[in-house]
Write a protein that binds this ligand. Structure first.
Ligand SMILES: NC(=O)c1ccc[n+]([C@@H]2O[C@H](COP(=O)([O-])OP(=O)(O)OC[C@H]3O[C@@H](n4cnc5c(N)ncnc54)[C@H](OP(=O)(O)O)[C@@H]3O)[C@@H](O)[C@H]2O)c1
Length: 236
């Protein structure tokens, strides 16, 4: 795929940081969004070594005014790929029934970040996406959203937020097809990050290499589907 400009959320650590690393070293201009640029040491180092290709931009995806400010800053700029990566798991006590039911505030916060924010970002940055050449929206989902794959139960908050994200992504794919915009719902694998933990099966490097291949081969016919990082399609 011809290099262009990509916007990445949650760019300061984990998969987001690796996305910044790989896209920038491949010649892309990267709008690297994170909540706290002042404490994003590794991202700042990457940006400093990027000859201006990586711009670090403040964004808390759960705050509508933060998304609005981002859109104002980026007015008139094309975005070829919008990669909504920022995500949260929510409280760790999601195994038992009671714990998740009792924690509805936590549930709303996880939905705000994992489900509602990606749609708000797309909606607000639509003029930028329309200016882009590639016109791709990548939404970081999770295999834990697969109802067909759920044999272990639990994780009520996280699972439901990502199932709902898949519903958002599917509707976006339908609604934006006339504009030539393609949508990919991505499972990154079980990756060794703060969220994935030390037992993850793969490193961020392998995950991101795989997801970039998925985006490279995304066609209008494949838009709105749910892909594993290795390119295979996942069941809803
Ligand atoms: N790792 C895995 O095995 C795995 C598997 C399936 C899906 N995923 C998905 O992959 C994505 C990235 O996960 P990861 O493993 O890289 O997790 P991570 O290491 O925990 O990183 C999460 C990122 O999201 C950011 N974030 C959280 N809330 C935010 C907010 N309100 N505004 C802006 N940024 C926010 C974090 O920023 P702060 O540093 O400011 O908190 C951080 O940059 C997530 O959507 C996750 O659900 C991961």
């Amino acid at each position: 795929m011809e290099a262009g400009q990509i916007l990445i959320t949650g760019a300061n650590r984990g998969l987001g940081l690796e996305l910044v690393r790989q896209f920038s070293s491949d010649g892309w201009d990267v709008l690297a969004c994170c909540r706290a640029p002042e404490s994003a040491a590794e991202l700042s180092r990457l940006a400093a070594q990027s000859s201006g290709r990586v711009r670090v931009i403040p964004l808390d995806v759960s705050r509508a005014e933060s998304i609005q400010r981002l859109a104002q800053n980026l007015r008139g700029e094309p975005i070829d790929i919008l990669f909504s990566n920022a995500g949260v798991y929510g409280g760790s006590s999601q195994a038992g029934l009671g714990s998740s039911v009792d924690d509805s505030d936590e549930w709303m916060q996880v939905f705000a970040v994992n489900t509602i924010a990606p749609l708000q970002l797309v909606d607000t940055l639509m003029p930028n996406l329309l200016l882009g050449k590639q016109k791709i929206i990548a939404l970081m989902s999770s295999k834990m959203a697969s109802l067909a794959d759920n044999s272990s139960g639990g994780s009520y908050i996280y699972r439901s937020s990502k199932v709902a994200l898949n519903a958002v992504g599917k509707s976006l794919a339908v609604d934006l097809a006339p504009e030539g915009i393609k949508v990919a719902l991505l499972h990154p694998g079980w990756v060794q990050t703060d969220m994935g933990g030390p037992n993850g099966l793969i490193q961020a490097k392998e995950s991101v290499l795989g997801m970039r291949d998925v985006l490279n081969t995304l066609t209008p016919e494949k838009s709105g589907k749910f892909f594993n990082y290795d390119g295979s399609e996942l069941p809803w």
